[in-house]
Design a protein around this ligand. Structure first.
Ligand code: ADP
Length: 398
């Protein structure tokens, strides 16, 4: 069975074609700068096209280019587009309507359009990607896999904000949580890796990349997560402030005459690592600068690692314990500094890692990083959101 996974952004469209029997990646690539000057990358076992300049005026053109390349006589990986059994779309925001992935039809699309208000940047390009596939490959079923669905099991006391209740009822203001596909994937992988039934486990999953979120997973279900109404909440991130005192917003609006848009930019694009350090939004740069003695880079490290430790501790409290700590995504999988810092002085919780292994760890595979005497398993599990989307898609069509 072949599944095409599509991740549409406002000016980019990433794709992967997976063969599901052996979970083999056959081709991957990205159309970038859609509607600007167009750039295309495509990689298979045979070829590696990188940043080719190509005209991509719309998402529909992007899908057509993807299909042409996948089926091309010379370098394609399938002979006919009808070999693709389904398309799985990474659909960011499913609101309260979607507690699971959904086969796309007119009703689902209408529901997704209704959710644009909650995710004005993320949902419109997803809809464009779906519409493009409907036009170009109408006979291939399409499935939307929502980042929020995994968090639909969070109890009301963890998703309701303490505002007047009418803002939840009228404006749908609540915690939705994001990165659900990743947390779902790594928690299942972790349970398999330690050969335990996920239903018996209390897991804290730390997805640490450009965006960071921590999730408490009890018996395989998300029971709390740090991202909230938007992906801004939680620990500080590359350019996002994470959680701050909300009164700072109104104070700045009055004191600095800032508009809502300026505040939005400040909190989403100019804060976090870049804001505190003044150096970079990239964790690697922060670590290099901190090692050279830069005080503000060190401060950024201290803030984020303390915040993450606080969430780990609070989620252990929420679940009544912790069996597994998962570290994943760009920073979790690659940064020994981050892994060391978020597990330092956590022995009281049963968390202790093998420092030598941490510094000399092979990449791209599941690793048990725990010290032999540690009560909690600290695992590095490389995330694979595309594979998870493909598996969810397959579940819906078989
Ligand atoms: P996204 O949220 O965009 O998917 P990623 O999961 O790719 O982001 O994570 C990007 C982050 O991972 C960046 O802050 C980058 O510095 C960090 N990162 C990537 N590779 C390394 C590495 N080898 N060492 C330390 N940090 C890394």
């Amino acid at each position: 069975m072949y599944i095409l996974v599509i991740n549409s952004g406002s000016s980019s469209l990433k794709f992967q074609l997976l063969e599901m029997k052996d979970k083999k990646l056959l081709a991957k690539g990205v159309c970038e700068r859609i509607g600007i000057d167009g750039q295309y990358s495509f990689k298979t076992d045979k070829i590696n096209i990188k940043d080719q300049q190509i005209n991509i005026p719309s998402h529909e053109h992007a899908i057509q280019i993807v299909i042409n390349n996948l089926t091309c006589d010379e370098n394609g990986v399938i002979s006919d587009i009808h070999e693709i059994n389904a398309v799985g779309h990474r659909a960011v925001h499913g609101g309260e309507a979607f507690d699971n992935s959904a086969i796309i039809n007119d009703d689902v699309l209408a529901e997704m359009r209704g959710l644009i208000k909650l995710a004005p940047l993320h949902n419109p390009p997803v809809i464009k990607g779906i519409e493009a596939c409907s036009k170009i490959i109408p006979e291939v079923p399409q499935i939307a896999v929502f980042d929020t669905s995994f968090h639909s099991t969070i109890p009301d006391y963890a998703y309701i904000y303490p505002l007047p209740y009418s803002y939840y009822e009228k404006n749908k203001i609540r915690r939705y949580g994001f990165h659900g596909t990743s947390h779902n994937y790594v928690s299942r992988e972790a349970a398999k890796f330690v050969n335990r039934d996920i239903k018996q486990l209390k897991i804290v999953s730390c997805h640490m990349g450009n965006g960071t979120s921590i999730t408490a997973i009890k018996s395989g279900k998300s029971v709390d997560t740090t991202m909230g109404f938007t992906p801004l909440e939680g620990p500080m991130m590359g350019t996002r402030s994470g959680t701050i005192d909300p009164a700072i917003v109104t104070y700045l609006m009055e004191e600095e005459n800032m508009t809502a848009q300026q505040i939005n930019d400040l909190l989403n694009k100019k804060s976090g690592f870049i804001g505190v350090s003044g150096i970079s939004n990239d964790w690697r740069d922060i670590c290099v600068a901190a090692k050279k003695g830069d005080c503000r880079a060190k401060l950024a490290q201290n803030i984020v690692t303390t915040q993450i430790k606080k969430y780990i501790g609070s989620y252990a409290a929420v679940m009544g314990g912790i069996d597994i700590l998962i570290l994943t995504a760009g920073i979790g999988e690659n940064s020994d500094d981050m892994r060391r810092l978020v597990t330092t002085d956590m022995e009281f919780l049963g968390i202790k890692i093998n420092s030598e292994l941490n510094e000399n760890m092979p990449r791209g595979i599941n690793i048990d990083l725990s010290d032999t005497n540690a009560k909690v398993k600290t695992l590095v599990i490389p995330t694979n959101e595309e594979l998870m989307i493909a598996e969810e898609t397959m579940k819906k069509i078989v």
